[in-house]
Design a protein around this ligand. Structure first.
Ligand code: ARG
Length: 406
């Protein structure tokens, strides 16, 4: 017998609920504690988790990691991060959750950590990437025992486990400050158009519009319409506001880490608004070369974040690049919510790489450069291409015929 106490990542859903008796019966632990980490889920989820834990006779811990998570979301803004068009809410939350659970487990003298993830998704990999750096054992009952949803429902029924219809709706939903993900059920069919009721954060776009100012300091959003806000309330405020204009819906095919393609639906009004505004400000303050190279850095950052590897040494290096560029990303962007979009309509910064005089048709000379100076550049432009085209070998008149079958 194994004995000791195991800390379980606990949501109160079917998977984690059946894990509780299984960790005792199948794995031989004496005690299970449940840990739920607050990364901005709806309040009702904590009450439900608490009730379920109570009914199972499990000590339940709730850890508030919202502020820490919001800081990571703002690092993602600085990095213009998105994976295949998804702003990475679930992916960014997992390492934060895993760390918080590990801390509770160590404080409570646990010898093992467990999660209820299946063997098909990304989350098992993200949790374990963090946990396997500790000395504690890592257990994944759903994956290791090959459980199916049907088996879990029968087992819960047989054992009289507290699984109400309330915790298991039609879709599988994962919510945090940065995004709300809806998957499963009929949505698994890529050809099925989602009904309006999968959406909770966004209204269907209407004809109404609204314009807001977002202020950034070194790439970090700090105020909306002149009101300074901490990261958590700022994100919550924009989720509400932009969501009411239908901003931030994504319906996509996603390539998971294991290679599976899955159909995903997301809502992320604040993320869309902030990422759009941030990029608009970078267009003003960064040079063309910085912007182009930044896209490659951003791609790598997003890839690692999707894999749940925010503490990968490469991330430190990539963050080093952003630290440099973000020094200039200070200023204000005006965003218009219109037709389900957050569209930048104005931007200003003291670091603008922009000379109104140089770009204007009305000014003769700027910094000693005048229009006529471009003549030499125009003569050279395309020179190599003209040379190459002039000496191109002619195609044989009946060339290609020899290769045909006729
Ligand atoms: N596919 C996304 C990811 O791996 C989100 C999955 C969220 N889970 C859910 N049950 N809705 O980041």
């Amino acid at each position: 017998m194994t004995g000791g106490t195991v800390a379980l990542a606990f949501s109160g859903g079917l998977d984690t609920t059946v894990c509780v008796p299984l960790l005792k019966e199948e794995y031989g632990y004496d005690e299970v504690i449940g840990v739920t980490v607050d990364v901005g889920q709806p309040e009702s989820e904590f009450a439900e988790a608490h009730e379920t834990a109570d009914a199972l006779g499990v000590d339940h811990y709730v850890v508030d990691a919202k502020a820490e998570f919001a800081d990571l979301c703002f690092e993602a803004v600085q990095a213009n991060a998105s994976y295949q068009g998804y702003p990475l809410g679930t992916a960014l939350a997992r390492p934060v959750i895993a760390e918080a659970i590990l801390e509770v487990a160590e404080e409570q003298g646990c010898t093992a950590l467990a999660h209820g993830c299946t063997g098909k998704g990304n989350d098992q990999l993200r949790f374990e990437a963090v946990w396997r750096a500790s000395d504690l054992d890592v257990i994944a009952p759903v994956r290791e025992l090959g459980l199916t949803r049907e088996w879990e429902i029968d087992y819960a029924d047989e054992k009289g486990l507290p699984v109400e219809a309330g915790n298991e709706g039609e879709w599988s939903i994962d919510t945090n400050l940065w995004s709300r993900s809806v998957e499963g059920g009929q949505l698994e069919d890529p050809g099925y158009e989602p009904p309006e009721d999968i959406y909770d954060w966004t209204d269907a776009p209407s004809d109404e519009t609204e314009t807001i100012d977002i202020e950034f300091e070194e790439g970090v959003p700090v105020a909306v319409d002149g009101d300074e806000m901490e990261p958590v309330p700022l994100i919550e405020y924009l989720n509400d506001l932009a969501g009411s204009y239908g901003v931030g819906r994504t319906d996509m095919m996603e390539d998971r880490m294991l290679g599976l393609k899955v159909r995903e639906n997301y809502e992320h009004p604040a993320a869309t608004t902030l990422l759009t505004a941030h990029e608009a400000l970078e267009q003003l303050v960064l040079t063309k070369d910085e912007r182009e190279f930044s896209q490659q850095v951003s791609q790598q950052w997003s890839e690692k974040a999707y894999e749940g590897l925010v503490d990968h040494p490469l991330m430190d290096a990539l963050n080093g690049f952003f630290e440099g560029t973000q020094q200039k990303v200070t200023g204000t962007v005006t965003v218009k919510f219109e037709g389900g979009q957050a569209r930048p309509v104005a931007r200003e910064s003291e670091y603008a790489v922009y000379s109104a005089d140089a770009a204007s048709f009305d000014t003769e000379t700027v910094n000693g450069i005048e229009q006529g100076d471009a003549t030499g550049v125009a003569k050279y432009h395309g020179f190599q291409s003209r040379l190459a085209n002039a000496s191109k070998p002619e195609l044989a008149p009946d060339g290609g015929d020899e290769a045909s079958d006729e």
